[in-house]
Design a protein around this ligand. Structure first.
Ligand SMILES: NC(=O)c1ccc[n+]([C@@H]2O[C@H](COP(=O)([O-])OP(=O)(O)OC[C@H]3O[C@@H](n4cnc5c(N)ncnc54)[C@H](OP(=O)(O)O)[C@@H]3O)[C@@H](O)[C@H]2O)c1
Length: 249
């Protein structure tokens, strides 16, 4: 029996990396999947792979009308939501003294504010007993150089998740955090790591990870599937670290 048969899932950032891997895992377990991302071509390509019931919305989650568009289309196509994965995020690596207001606002706007309003706008469409998953980061557990703003924005959503786990308990909606360590996704290129420096970058990261390598997006997707499905039915309010033990070092 498929684990998510008859379930409807929304994944922000479902056109790339961890979100796309989660979308594939959810679809393989029978869910209908709606994804949201900025790059139209990547959204269209992902939707084509996710099967005939999948659909995508293109937009910036920092613009709150994007969530309204997603909910309007979702209402027409799926009706209700069982799984909401607030996963889209971004990171500017810079020392605090160099952080401009735009960079600060974009990181908090994308990683915290958009997650907050994405969830509150999805809530009226969520079925009782649903699962909310927020993608945080190792950066909240371990101090990473030049990650202060990113870490703060991700710490905010961990606090939202704890608050919501209690706030939504009457509806049996579970809220958990998925916390990746360094994972081999397109975010590494977006951070500006040149292809020629990639091997040294990955080696440096891997040496800080007890299990000795970066994660594969599929390894995060398996954990997301666990949090999305009944396998985790008695779990709410946790931070599930999928980091090869990095938080321990
Ligand atoms: N990879 C890692 O090492 C790592 C470690 C810890 C935490 N994380 C977190 O994991 C999550 C997924 O990242 P990833 O590694 O899978 O990177 P990724 O492949 O770059 O995926 C990020 C996704 O977020 C979307 N996104 C970013 N900003 C957006 C915006 N303003 N509006 C709409 N969509 C937006 C991107 O869409 P477009 O591509 O269309 O712009 C993309 O689909 C992020 O929250 C990230 O902070 C990643």
């Amino acid at each position: 029996m498929k684990k998510l048969l008859g379930k409807n899932a929304v994944i922000t950032g479902g056109n790339s990396g961890i979100g796309y891997a989660a979308a594939q895992a959810f679809a393989a377990e029978g869910a209908r999947v709606a994804i949201l991302g900025r790059r139209r071509q990547a959204v269209d390509e992902a939707v084509a792979q996710l099967g005939p019931s999948a659909f995508g919305v293109v937009g910036d989650i920092g613009d709150l009308s994007t969530h309204d568009r997603m909910m309007a289309e979702l209402g027409e196509r799926f009706g209700a939501i069982d799984i909401y994965m607030g996963n889209a995020g971004m990171n500017n690596i810079e020392p605090s003294a160099a952080v401009g207001i735009d960079s600060y606002d974009t990181q908090f706007g994308t990683n915290a504010r958009a997650v907050f309003f994405g969830v509150t706008k999805a809530l009226p469409r969520m079925r009782d007993g649903g699962s909310i998953i927020l993608t945080s980061s190792i950066a909240t557990a371990k101090v990473l150089e030049n990650h202060a703003v990113y870490a703060g924005s991700k710490a905010a959503i961990e606090a939202f998740a704890r608050a919501w786990a209690l706030e939504f308990k009457a509806r049996k909606i579970r809220v958990n955090v998925l916390s990746p360590g360094p994972t081999d996704t397109p975010i590494l290129e977006k951070l500006g790591v040149a292809e020629s420096d990639r091997a040294a970058f990955e080696q440096g990261m891997a040496s800080a990870i007890p299990l000795g390598r970066l994660a594969h997006p599929d390894e995060l997707a398996r954990a997301a599937l666990f949090l999305a499905s009944d396998d985790s039915r008695f779990i709410t309010g946790i931070v599930l670290r999928v980091d090869g033990g990095m938080a321990l070092t």
